[in-house]
Design a protein around this ligand. Structure first.
Ligand code: AR6
Length: 169
C-alpha cells in the first residue's frame, strides 16, 4: 500500500476510534492487568463472553472479536512473549505477534488499527528492542498490504512515545 500511514499516539488505546485496537493479552484470553484490563473494562462484559468461546491463543498468534462498548469496531487479541533474557525466541515471537495481528486485520478487511507496545509492560521485553521489532514488522507489512492503510502505535508514557518517534523515519 503506497500511501499507508504510521502514527504515534500518546494516550489510552481504549479511546481510539479505529477499525480495531490490538490487545496485549495472555494465552487464556480471559483478561488481566495493564492494557488487557483496560480494554475489557471499556468494552464491557460481552467481550469476556466472546473471548471464552475462543479457547485461548498461543504466543505469537492473534484472534479477532467484536469491540462491543469500545469506539473501535473490533479487538485483535494477540499474546506477546514474556522476556526471559532473549534466548527463548522472544524477538521472533514478538515479531510474529505483530505480523499475525496485521494478517488478521487484513483478512477481516480492516483499514485502521492501533497497537499497544506489546510485551513491554508486565512481560518486561526491553522497550527499545520491542520498538524496533514493532516498527520493522509494520513497515514491511504495509509495503504489500491491500486493505490496512493506517497503523497507530499507541504509547502510554512519554518514554515509549519518544522511542517510537525515533524509529518512525
Ligand atoms: N492504553 C495503551 N497502552 C497501555 C494502556 C492503555 N490503556 N495500559 C497499559 N498500556 P501490558 P504485556 C501499555 O503490561 O507486557 C496483562 O495482564 C503499558 O504501559 O499491558 O504484553 C495481560 O493479561 C505497556 O507499554 O502488556 C498479560 O498477562 C504496554 O501497554 C500481560 O499483562 C503493554 O503492557 C501482558 O503483558
Amino acid at each position: 500500500m503506497a500511501h499507508a500511514i504510521i502514527e504515534v499516539y500518546d494516550g489510552d488505546i481504549t479511546e481510539l476510534d479505529v477499525d480495531a485496537i490490538v490487545n496485549a493479552a495472555n494465552t487464556s484470553l480471559l483478561g488481566g492487568g495493564g492494557v488487557d484490563g483496560a480494554i475489557h473494562r471499556a468494552a464491557g462484559p460481552r467481550l469476556l463472553e466472546e473471548c471464552r468461546s475462543l479457547r485461548g491463543c498461543r504466543i505469537g498468534e492473534a484472534k479477532l472479536t467484536q469491540g462491543y462498548d469500545l469506539k473501535a469496531r473490533y479487538v485483535i487479541h494477540t499474546v506477546g512473549p514474556v522476556w526471559y533474557g532473549g534466548d527463548k525466541h522472544e524477538a521472533d515471537l514478538l515479531a510474529r505477534a505483530y505480523r499475525n495481528s496485521l494478517i488478521v486485520a487484513e483478512g477481516a478487511g480492516l483499514s485502521s488499527l492501533a497497537f499497544p507496545a506489546i510485551s513491554t509492560g508486565v512481560y518486561q521485553f526491553p522497550k527499545r528492542q520491542a520498538t524496533e521489532i514493532a516498527m520493522t514488522e509494520v513497515k514491511e507489512f504495509l509495503l504489500s498490504a491491500k486493505v490496512v492503510q493506517k497503523v497507530i502505535f499507541c504509547c502510554f508514557d512519554a518514554e515509549m512515545a519518544q522511542l517510537y518517534s525515533e524509529y518512525l523515519n
